[in-house]
Design a protein around this ligand. Structure first.
Ligand SMILES: *Cc1c(COP(=O)(O)O)cnc(C)c1O
Length: 642
């Protein structure tokens, strides 16, 4: 039981302080900020000139019948990201007089939602942005949605005959489909199907580089990775194609070193190795028209610009410039014409555009808001001893003060068990102990180096805020790989946040919580929040959740898809498009093979029995059935009362 309170509120507090505290400008620029009213604002087109008040938007959406947790997708951010990525490559190409074009593709697996893929296809059209399919279902999406003959469809993943047939036949619709040989055996099927159909394939090979990625997803590279051909296998593919007189079909070299590559160094090393393979293939007679550098372009989730796992030590422009420069150099050395450049950046395109907003349902505050009452001279000696420690905490003696406090706290427990202290006095000792911890915490926040023993203090001193969302549904990577997402209240930002909290979700799982938050220095173990004012909703938003989270989300405790809306700027304001209501309880139960009618029938039967046994009244039975049937048609999350 401790104070989660942040005291020392002598100075005023403005929304600028809040922006700094939550580091909004580092991770959020140019799309997110804080306004004078103390609300989070969104600049959907990345332009300061136009802003939307996120808190007002949530209020509007609630009036339109949507409920938190609410996933808001900003279509204009998606557009801005497409322009930014393609623009960076176009600029780099111009700057180094590169002869090839940039032909990015969006990997569908990163966010397969129809509206997201459709919008990307639309916004990508001027840049001939293509699609990458990693499976048969994704290929079906790609060939139907992409009708730009200049844009590429890259086929990765496990392929059977049907997959390859579909890919080859799609060429007859004018699609520029490239089949990437991911595993050596696939070349047999490709050649066989191509002969049967009489269609010459566009073939790519995926190289298994020895260069390692960096960060949490390194397993997709290296000698033991699941996909990719060794150099021996690549040479064999060349020989096979040559024998069939089809070496001109080999046009693309692909590699992928993992997602969220945090260090530019890893990109450069991989590219260097890939360039060598590319130019060698050219020399062997393949008509290499494309190099596909895969995904891995990072997102700076914590805004620290470092090679920390949730950050990246480079930006999009450097990435593009480095790729183009390295290729130009390699081609020059080899006397090879410049190939078109493909990247499969998914995270970098989609992460920014989605925001999850949820409300806090209640709080478990550690020991209320108040500082301890001043200690009086007549209080027990142990209490006075603790008070002395409290008064003496300085930057220099935090470790010592903490040890002393622990020792005296032990003493108080012994004294209590011996009957020397009464319950009230023991409680008083506890209160003083936490006050000491609180003060120490404040001091260590300003230290460069935090003694290891004190690292757990912040966690121990935080409140728990119970929140209306499921981590497993909406931000599974925080649970699975400890990825950090920026997170902050969206209102009351002109008020100093006086509490520190961890955020617990609705599931019964003890892992269903957010207890690591972004910080410029490593991670924070609690989020600064405001005391909740019962009766008034308090909203917290989780940002940059547009990549991977929705599609990896699961039905833990049967909390299902949230309400989702696309918000798009229009002349004079915004409009809500493609609103998708979250799943109902009934729908989720049906995924699990329950039958709604059968459940209701069983309930009716039980009710009838209880009526006959007079355990339930008619009115009660009516109410129970009403509740039951209403619930089946309702949202899986909790209703928010005003
Ligand atoms: C997952 C994946 C991507 C997307 O990577 P990001 O890091 O999200 O850009 C690209 N290519 C392949 C082959 C992938 O498996």
């Amino acid at each position: 039981m401790a104070h989660a309170e942040i005291r020392d509120s002598t100075r005023g507090w403005t929304s600028r302080d809040a922006a700094e505290l939550y580091n909004v400008h580092s991770w959020g620029a140019p799309y997110f900020g804080v306004n004078e009213a103390g609300h989070v604002v969104v600049h959907p087109n990345g332009n300061e000139g136009f802003q939307m008040d996120l808190y007002e938007l949530v209020s509007d959406l609630r009036r339109r019948g949507f409920s938190p947790p609410l996933l808001i997708r900003f279509s204009d951010i998606l557009k801005a990201r497409v322009d930014e990525l393609c623009g960076a490559f176009q600029m780099a190409i111009k700057d180094s007089e590169y002869q090839g074009a940039y032909r990015g593709v969006y990997p569908i697996k990163v966010n397969q939602q129809r509206h997201v893929v459709e919008e990307l296809a639309e916004y990508g059209r001027p840049h001939h942005l293509g699609l990458e399919a990693g499976s048969k279902p994704e290929l079906l999406v790609a060939v139907a949605l992409l009708d730009d003959p200049e844009a590429l469809i890259i086929c990765n993943g496990y392929k059977d005959k049907a997959y390859i047939e579909t890919a080859l036949l799609s060429q007859k619709l004018g699609r520029r489909t490239i089949i990437v040989v991911d595993r050596y055996r696939e070349i047999d099927t490709i050649l066989q199907v191509s002969k049967e159909l009489g269609i010459r394939p566009n073939i790519g090979v995926r190289a298994r580089l020895t260069t390692k990625g960096a960060g949490k997803w390194v397993e997709s590279t290296g000698d033991r990775s699941k996909f990719g051909l060794t150099t021996t296998e690549i040479v064999e593919v060349v020989e096979r194609l040559k024998k069939e007189d089809m070496l001109d079909c080999l046009q693309l070299l692909h590699y992928h070193i993992g997602s969220q590559i945090t260090a530019i160094r890893a990109h450069k090393d991989a590219l260097r190795e890939a360039c060598r393979i590319l130019t060698e293939l050219y020399k062997m007679g393949a008509s290499m028209r494309y190099i596909d550098c895969g995904g891995g372009l990072g997102v700076d989730y914590d805004g620290s610009s470092t090679n920390f796992h949730s950050s990246m030590n480079y930006n999009l422009r450097e990435y593009a410039a480095d790729v183009v420069a390295a290729l130009a150099e390699a081609c020059k050395t080899a006397g090879m014409p410049h190939p078109d450049i493909v990247t499969e950046s998914g995270r970098a395109l989609t992460a920014h555009h989605s925001v999850l907003v949820f409300n806090v349902l209640g709080a478990n505050e550690v020991l209320g808001n108040r500082p301890p009452q001043p200690v009086k001279p007549e209080e027990h000696a142990i209490v006075r001893k603790l008070d002395e420690i409290l008064q003496g905490v300085t930057r220099k003696n935090v470790q010592e003060s903490y040890n002393d406090a622990l020792e005296v706290k032990e003493e108080s427990i012994v004294a209590f068990s011996l009957g020397v202290l009464n319950l009230r006095e023991r409680a008083r000792c506890e209160e003083m102990f936490w006050a000491i911890c609180e003060r120490i915490l404040k001091v260590i926040k300003e230290l460069e180096y935090v003694p290891e023993e004190l690292e757990g203090l912040e966690k121990a001193l935080s409140d728990t805020y119970y929140c209306n969302f499921s981590l497993f549904q909406s931000a599974p990577d925080h649970w699975a790989v400890k990825q950090l997402f920026p997170c902050m209240p969206i209102q009351r930002l002109t008020e100093r946040p006086q509490r520190r909290a961890i955020l617990a979700d609705l599931t019964c799982d003890s892992d269903g919580k957010i207890d690591e938050f972004i910080d410029l220095r490593d991670v924070k173990h609690a989020l600064e929040v405001h005391p909740i004012d019962n009766g008034k909703p308090y909203f917290i938003a989780l940002f940059l959740v547009g990549a991977y989270q929705e599609v990896l989300g699961d039905l833990h405790n049967l909390f299902a898809d949230t309400d989702a809306v696309h918000v798009k700027l229009v002349e004079g304001g915004y409009m809500v498009e493609h609103a998708v209501k979250g799943d109902t309880i009934g729908a989720v139960l049906e995924y699990m093979e329950y039958d709604k009618n059968d459940l209701v029938r069983r309930m009716r039967k039980a009710v009838e029995q209880s009526l006959r046994g007079k355990q339930i009244t008619l009115d009660e039975s009516g109410k129970l059935m009403q509740r039951y049937e209403d619930a089946l048609n309702s949202y899986t999350y909790l209703a928010t009362g005003e």
